[in-house]
Write a protein that binds this ligand. Structure first.
Ligand SMILES: [Zn+2]
Length: 315
């Protein structure tokens, strides 16, 4: 009897430990899964979450623009620990070039550079015929970083393509998530396509005109057929302030009442805007990097709704 009791007790004890062990294991797998995949910037982290791959803080945190970012020890640790890093490649994200060169090819998804020509082909609405006569103040001094746009994520076309690319890569790299990702992708793609159509229709029938602090909105404008709405910028795509001559042209556009508002993006030099545009011109926040967006469901949908609503205010 006594022996039986001991055996039973031992069995009970071992069952208990098995249970604890199993739950610890489950927890660690879950915790590990969550740190498996890391995206470089918040819009890509949102894409990752929308595909059902879990929310993870991006490498570039809220409050720092990719133009000003540099890697710290904590970032390097995270990148080294990650099983998969989603990023935009060395041209757009030079701060990751060195560390990512050391990471295996199967541990990274590099989203291809964005070209305006490609996006324009996908665009449903043609730009108005008056486009030739239209003046973009300050726009001729674009510094295109080797031809690739520095803000590809502002294009819903680009992000839909990126979503498909990530889903496809997951098939090969992390097949255990392929099923989840496929289901989420279909739903998200439909939602984003419908949303883009709505905004294209809206902007086709509502005239907006604005200045945007730094020249970061072109991919969005191309997708939305907003080419003639952008009346110029205070700084180029890399965030470098334009010279006085260009800034005077902005003032001229304001005086001639060609501009409805200034889109104040994450880079904006508020003192410069005040100096050039004065107090009268309305300022609208443009959250290009989604700093204000709390991660949840349908992140990209909410991001593009927010961009659309900002531009919408400049009528
Ligand atoms: Zn920028």
């Amino acid at each position: 009897m006594q022996g039986g009791f001991i055996i039973n007790f031992c069995r009970l004890k071992s069952n208990f430990f098995m249970l604890v062990w199993a739950s610890l294991l489950a927890f660690s797998v879950q915790a590990e899964n969550k740190s498996l995949i890391v995206a470089s910037i918040k819009p890509l982290a949102m894409l990752q979450a929308d595909l059902g791959l879990g929310w993870q803080e991006p490498i570039v945190p809220d409050g720092i623009t990719p133009h000003d970012f540099s890697l710290r020890a904590s970032h390097i640790k995270r990148i080294n620990a990650a099983q998969l890093v989603i990023w935009l490649g060395p041209e757009i994200e030079p701060y990751l070039a060195k560390i990512m060169a050391r990471k295996a090819a199967y541990q990274q998804i590099i989203l291809p550079p964005y070209t305006h020509a490609e996006d324009a082909q996908n665009q449903h609405h043609k730009e108005s015929k008056g486009d030739d006569e239209h003046q973009h103040y300050g726009k001729h001094q674009h510094k295109h970083h080797h031809g690739a746009d520095l803000h590809p994520w502002t294009s819903p076309v680009y992000m839909q393509r990126a979503m498909a690319q990530v889903a496809e890569a997951i098939n090969t790299l992390l097949p255990q998530y392929a099923h989840t990702v496929k289901a989420n992708e279909q739903r998200q793609q439909q939602q984003l396509a419908a949303q883009m159509q709505q905004w294209q229709d809206y902007f086709a029938s509502h005239k907006v005109s604005y200045l945007v602090y730094h020249d970061a909105l072109q991919p969005y404008e191309t997708a939305m057929g907003l080419g003639t709405s952008n009346m110029g910028s205070f700084a180029d795509a890399a965030g470098s302030q334009f010279g006085l001559k260009n800034l005077r042209q902005l003032q001229l556009a304001i005086v001639q009442q060609k501009v409805a508002c200034v889109l104040v993006d994450n880079e904006a030099n508020l003192a410069l805007i005040k100096k050039i545009a004065g107090q009268q011109l309305p300022q609208v926040t443009l959250d290009l990097l989604a700093w204000q967006l709390r991660p949840g469901t349908n992140n990209l949908h909410r991001y593009f709704a927010q961009l659309g609503q900002a531009v919408q205010q400049c009528q």
